[in-house]
Design a protein around this ligand. Structure first.
Ligand code: FES
Ligand SMILES: [Fe+2]
Length: 440
């Protein structure tokens, strides 16, 4: 008997529901690597990581190992980390500076733009071997572009330009960079790396989920309430304590005070759920006052006020990036297998801001992104439990319908949740997913 063909991706997404295979089927994962990660603009790194000619960092597009380089002519190149001879990965260091890349196996040597420069035993290859052939290189991604220092690459030769792909989300990148008095930010302070036994999509599905903190983060909320405000700092409260306490805000607050906005291509952002008394500010904190003074000196009082009045929490750029402009945090999602995901998190320094602001950034990174963070570990446990749960044969359809009937249009061509606990941002990601997955 001939078995029926597997249904296509469109059969796995229904209004307000997705099939659990989306998180557990290796064949779906393989198709995602080709169709989503092979087509979309993928965040590969920040320009500050490759300032000087010869600077490089290893990165990935989906599972593919890539290298982002600054070539001698100043160009940013994103090249496949594969030797054209017998396929060895050429660059093994995470980052560094090099005049050339030399393969460890037989010494084929490449320029920092990926072009093949030298081949030992050149005379031994057949007459028609052409080292100038662009296919005999560390082949470059067909498209590379950056927006305000954030570098993206696409493996698809055709598609929308980067700014069109980002759409209204450019304003979140603007918010991140505009906060620097000198108009520039840089990666600083090291990188946290963590992994979980669950699907890559779960990560972005959590970062705009306003219904989970009160429940998932109960233990750290309780621990934070036990702390004395003045234990750690000079009367303004430890940033970790403020953050964790606010995770315990009542549902009514999450529903009414936060806001969730979504945009084409799967992107979204969640509003801030703190106020200045609770977190960012520490507006009464002398360090923050020095920062505001530096911002006003460079940008003027009106522009400084406009910048500081933007309050966004996580901005998600589908499919592999989430960042938080107020705390200069950025997370990059690397799919490894259908039930294995790695996440790298970065902190940024605001140029021209007092150094203590960066210390706050690091403190915040330790709270939210650090491998030993009381908050992150709760979330990782949840992703692992979903990874395990979706392999069972329980409920076939996963519910993503909260707020489905009350979504609203937004002023910038997107869709807004009528309250912040809406799962509109997940449905929005599946709209984008279907567009990629259904493409030939
Ligand atoms: S595999 Fe790279 S030189 Fe042979
Ligand atoms: Fe969380």
């Amino acid at each position: 008997m001939v078995s029926a063909p597997e249904p296509g991706p469109a059969a796995l997404v229904r209004p307000g529901r997705v099939h659990r295979r989306i998180y557990s089927d290796p064949a779906i994962f393989e198709r995602e690597m080709d169709c989503v990660f092979g087509q979309a603009w993928i965040y590969v790194g920040h320009e500050s990581e490759i300032r000087e000619p010869g600077d490089f960092v290893r990165t990935r597009i989906g599972r593919k190992p890539m290298v982002m380089t600054r070539h001698e002519d100043g160009r940013i190149c994103v090249i496949h980390n594969q030797c054209a001879h017998r396929g060895a990965m050429v660059v093994a260091e995470d980052r560094g500076n090099a005049a050339e890349f030399v393969c460890c196996y037989h010494g084929w040597t490449y320029g920092t733009d990926g072009r093949l420069a030298r081949v030992p035993l050149r005379h031994g290859y057949p007459q028609d071997f052409d080292p100038e052939d662009p296919r005999t290189a560390m082949v470059g991604a067909p498209r590379v572009a950056s927006y305000r220092g954030f570098v993206f690459a696409s493996l698809a030769p055709d598609g929308p330009p980067l700014e069109e792909f980002l759409g209204h989300m450019t304003t979140s990148f603007d918010d991140m960079v505009d906060r620097a008095p000198d108009g520039e930010i840089e990666v600083a302070g090291g990188i946290f790396k963590h992994a979980y036994d669950g699907n890559w999509k779960l990560y972005l599905e959590n970062l705009c989920d306003a219904a989970h903190p009160l429940f998932v983060h109960q233990s750290s909320i309780a621990a934070a309430h036990d702390q004395d405000d003045d234990v750690h700092t000079d009367g303004f409260g430890e940033i970790a304590v403020r953050q964790m306490r606010q995770n315990g805000a009542p549902y009514k607050f999450w529903q009414e005070e936060v806001g969730i906005w979504t945009y084409p291509n799967g992107h979204s952002f969640l509003g801030d759920y703190h106020d200045d008394e609770k977190l960012v500010a520490a507006q009464r904190n002398p360090v923050f006052a020095d920062y505001i003074a530096a911002l006003e000196a460079k940008k003027g009082a009106d522009e400084a006020r406009r910048i500081l009045e933007v309050t966004r929490w996580n901005s998600n750029v589908y499919p592999n990036l989430s960042f938080m402009s107020q705390f200069r945090q950025l997370r990059v999602i690397h799919p490894v297998a259908v039930n294995r995901t790695e996440v790298h998190t970065y902190s940024f320094r605001l140029k021209g801001a007092p150094e203590k602001m960066f210390e706050d950034t690091i403190a915040f990174a330790n709270v939210t992104n650090g491998t030993g963070s009381l908050v992150l570990t709760d979330d990782l446990e949840t992703y692992g439990r979903i990874g395990a749960g979706v392999t069972s044969e329980g409920a076939e359809w996963i519910q993503v319908g909260r707020g489905y009937t009350t979504d609203l249009p937004d002023d910038h061509g997107g869709v807004q949740g009528s309250d912040s606990t809406s799962e509109v941002y997940i449905r929005n990601m599946y709209d984008a997913w279907l567009g990629y997955m259904a493409a030939e």
